[in-house]
Design a binder for this molecule. Sequence first.
Ligand code: 3PY
Ligand code: ZN
Length: 636
Amino acid sequence: QFLENLINHPAFVAGEITTRFIENTPELLAFTARRDRATKLLGFLGEIAVHGNPEVRGRTLPALPLPKPVLPRIDTSTAAPKGTRQLLQELGPQEFARWMLHQKQVLMTDTTLRDAHQSLLATRMRTADMLPIAPYYARALPQLFSLECWGGATFDVALRFLKEDPWERLAQLRSRVPNLLFQMLLRGSNAVGYTNYADNVVRHFVQQAAVGGIDVFRVFDSLNWVENMRVAIDAVLETDALCEGTVCYTADLFDTSRPKYGLKYYVDIARQLQRAGVHILAIKDMAGVCRPRAAKALVKALKEETGLPIHFHTHDTSGAAAASVLAAIEAGCDAVDGALDSMSGLTSQPNLSAIAAALAGTDRDPGLDAQALHAASTYFEGVRRFYAPFESEIRSGTADVYRHEMPGGQYTNLREQARSLGLAHRWTEVSQAYADVNRLFGDIVKVTPSSKVVGDMALMMVASDLTSVDVLDPAREIAFPESVVQLFKGELGFPPDGFPQALTRKVLRLAEEEPVPAAYRPGDLLVPVDLAAARAKAEQECGQPLDERQLSSYLMYPKQMRELCEHQRRFGDTSQLPTPVFFYGPQLQQEITVEIDPGKTLLVALQSVSPDGEAAQKVQFELNGQPRTVRVHSAG
Ligand code: 3PY
Ligand code: ZN
């Protein structure tokens, strides 16, 4: 390849070379690297032209071609105006929190780049669809409080299904949005995974995320156990970022049949968080069950009791979430979450633009440009079409959420899991079993990962035709899912009032004289990870040097990280491929543009696919006007 570059170089062709030509012409090597990248990408395109992308296999695909999303025009030649990020840098987190309290307008977080697609599209939105609109956010919507764009399930899904490096997504977004706070969802000691990690792994992750560009860490625990959030909170407090301590909301503040979830419960947690030093208090209504009356009472009480700024987060599963947001605002809530119109509603956040419009002209008007919100929403309307196979069947809000209390981010996933187990037609039973399991487990907070355990148990019960009475029957043998055993062992920590004794005994098969596990913090038992040794192992397994961020991915997702490295070795970075091409493969004669370096664009078009002997297919492309052939094994 190098020789080819050399003999094709204009200077070489013109005979203008000296003895130092190679040394003085570094682009020869750049050509080689680019050519290598192009070859790898063609390898990927060849694979999916022949076999399709396994991530959409068995799903209903959209009609092709899909129209390009309409990207609003924006002048990027001038710098983005100052925003909340500059204010945080100027004031520091403590003063910034005071500023939040003292300024009048409602601060608004846009969740489109995280929770909205996690809750509507199984978290599948790719970096390639986020980057084009990022400069628009910076310039046309600089009044936003923050962009929630990282954490939660996005980390896992990026690695596992999208074959993308989540850190690279963060870096790319950061470079395009210098002025708005970037917010992430952090699952306390579960970081961005589903199990408790060693304390030093959690700390390492938080440090990397802060350096990588996260300004607001929303830290929660899946059982509302503040003890289990301290390591993460302390790690955030050591950075210059804002720490948003979170109370997860469940049940109904006014339901006298569930008195444990009254105001006192939330005020106690909020006070503990305040003592832990958080700058902001988040109310995280992950299922969307916080009714307007409760939102108002809760915001008022938490504000009065702690004096901290309050940030309200909910989901629109019921269809009534905007009313709760407006009630929270009326009670003095400082910041609220919403999603752009086209990515709002149902299991996602309520509509940010509609909430902004409801407040227009009042003293709490968030001051957002309605036209700009609409233009950004129109872009995502187009993007959303790319992900049609991941949409759920849900067409309307459902007040049934008050009964089952499933988080918005879990609802569609669990329906999908039920479908894959052949239980699609028994969804009503699954959702009832989910509510029953919650009671069996002692009426707990259900949010990742505790919600997943409840879901696993509910599916098992429906699949095995078991009722709550059967599960509790001492004479009946039950094969509890592994996640349930782990939960009752305390591997995710403990709810403040513990787990029910009888069921704990049954799940853990404890003899009568054996005590049930006393509350302990899993991180106290987990041996700190020797990071140098882990790096050596990770680099050996991944077959390449890893930086701190990649190491952090490996520590939580070793298998997915190995697979990502292997994917990138074979195919290069596929995150820049247009989404319809990535999921549905190149279409004949369709011109595909991929920017592999700033300003360096590849033009690819699929010409034909034909058999090549018994066991292979020959895939012919045109690459920047030149024919190229890729051979793909038919067996895949
Ligand atoms: C997550 O942890 O991913 C959540 O969105 C919880 O609501
Ligand atoms: Zn949420």
